[in-house]
Design a protein around this ligand. Structure first.
Ligand code: AMP
Ligand code: MG
Length: 426
């Protein structure tokens, strides 16, 4: 008698799987940016996504002014010959917030402070350290340029300039620039409502610890906490739906409720082929859901599709698989839903591996690594140790993913590997 062995991820990794890039392309193709808009005060713009281009109606700076503390002169008073000196009479002082009354003639100068309007008849500023003062005169030499230390009106922004583009997730300097244009309010995309829940009868929240004294059959939920934290930098309203046990009726109710309250549903667990993995069955009944086996490790089984008008990502249950699928599939999808066009480019470069890494071609592997300078101007990387998809400490010890591409084989110490530092991701 012989047994029929079901293929699984440790047998033929290519069996029935789709490459990560194909999965990502299919996800992105199915997603359309949200179109709900709202108007907010400029001081709330950090992290929000612009729903329209920001144009200027004014010049920045609005008037020509001094960039330094010093003396405003006309450039023709700068001596032409190297050894020559010029003596100029100080006829007054001007400070920021005031305009000098009167015209400055050749042979004259005005003491000027940073930000003050350039007096009529002047076009250059000599910094105070470069002049010799005596009574009401200054002496300057020939080492100066026409127009130096002056900020021209409109040199940064001119009326009509498009300063920030639609789709930009605002950074701190953007708040400053919008305010500098005198714009009090901006149109942004409304926050996306995201429902998050964990599935699994063995999963409980740490707040339930008191009632589950033995902890011999249950584990504390980590996925919901990782996912909610990963969502924090985005303009989202999180609908935290807690933990749903492996019970078809409970799951059905939770998915329907999520689809009514959110535009994006993110769940973890229950999408593989275990006996209690009812999620697949319930999802198949409720919506247009596809169940993919993605050629990635960790993170193979994924459900993707729609329940009513809500988009759904059913992530695997293992905590590292959740993080990896978040980074490489969900995060780009969320950014597209939010209309973000300036998501930071994740740096990717080669580092010398200090570790031996076993790997078979046919799937992309995301090992967790510690990346550091090797002291010779290059980077080296070693794995964090145990790489099981349940070893969440591997994420916390790591500062980079070691990305071993689809066709890559095993790695020997000394081989170059691709790395993606976390600092570009989170
Ligand atoms: P599943 O995909 O439901 O078969 O889960 C795979 C593994 O991940 C199992 O060992 C689960 O106990 C574990 N797991 C599932 N959900 C969570 C969660 N929310 N937090 C921590 N571990 C989980
Ligand atoms: Mg489960």
């Amino acid at each position: 008698m012989s047994l029929t062995i079901q293929p699984n991820c440790t047998d033929n990794p290519e069996f029935g799987t789709i490459p990560v890039n194909t999965a990502l392309d299919m996800i992105l193709e199915a997603i359309h940016p949200s179109s709900n808009l709202e108007t907010i005060p400029v001081q709330d713009c950090y992290g929000r996504v612009l729903a329209e281009d920001i144009h200027s109606t004014i010049m920045v700076p609005p008037f020509t002014n001094s960039a330094m503390d010093g003396y405003a002169i006309h450039h023709q008073d700068i001596p032409a010959a190297a050894e020559q000196l010029s003596k100029l009479t100080i006829i007054g002082t001007t400070v920021a917030g005031q305009a000098f009354q009167g015209k400055v003639n050749q042979g004259e100068t005005v003491r000027i402070m940073t930000g003050a309007v350039m007096p009529e008849g002047t076009d250059s500023v000599i910094i105070q350290e470069h002049v010799e003062t005596k009574n009401d005169t200054i002496t300057i030499d020939s080492r100066h340029q026409s127009g130096q230390n002056v900020r021209q009106a409109g040199e940064d922004i001119k009326p009509g300039d498009c300063v920030l583009n639609k789709g930009r997730q605002c950074l701190p300097a953007d708040a400053g620039i919008i305010a500098s244009l005198g714009i009090p309010e901006i149109k942004v995309f409304s926050p996306l409502r995201v429902a998050v829940f964990s599935t699994g009868s063995e999963v409980c929240d740490f707040s339930q610890k008191a009632t589950d004294s033995s902890q011999t059959t249950t584990i504390f939920d980590s996925n919901r906490y990782s996912l909610c934290a990963a969502l924090k930098p985005y303009p989202v309203d999180i609908v935290d739906m807690g933990i749903i046990p492996d019970n078809p009726q409970h799951l059905k109710t939770a998915f329907l409720e999520a689809s009514q309250n959110a535009e994006l549903i993110i769940t973890s667990g229950g999408v593989s082929v275990g006996e209690a993995d009812y999620t697949k069955q319930v999802l198949a009944e409720l919506g247009q859901i596809e169940f993919w086996t993605v050629a990635m490790k960790p993170g193979r089984p994924i459900a993707f599709g729609k329940i009513n008008s809500a988009l759904l990502f059913g992530l695997p249950g293992n905590p590292v698989a959740v993080m990896v699928t978040w980074c490489f599939l969900l995060k780009p999808a969320l950014e597209k839903m939010l209309g973000i066009t300036n998501a930071p480019v994740i740096p990717s470069f080669q580092a010398r591996s200090l570790s031996h890494i076993r790997k078979r071609p046919g799937r992309t592997e995301y090992q967790r690594g510690i990346l550091k300078p090797d002291g010779h101007g290059q980077w080296s990387v070693e794995t964090t140790g145990k790489q099981g998809s349940g070893i969440l400490t591997s994420m916390c010890k790591a500062n980079a993913f070691i990305v071993l591409e689809h066709d890559h084989g095993s790695v020997k110490p000394g081989d170059m590997v691709n790395v993606q530092p976390f600092s570009g991701i989170f």
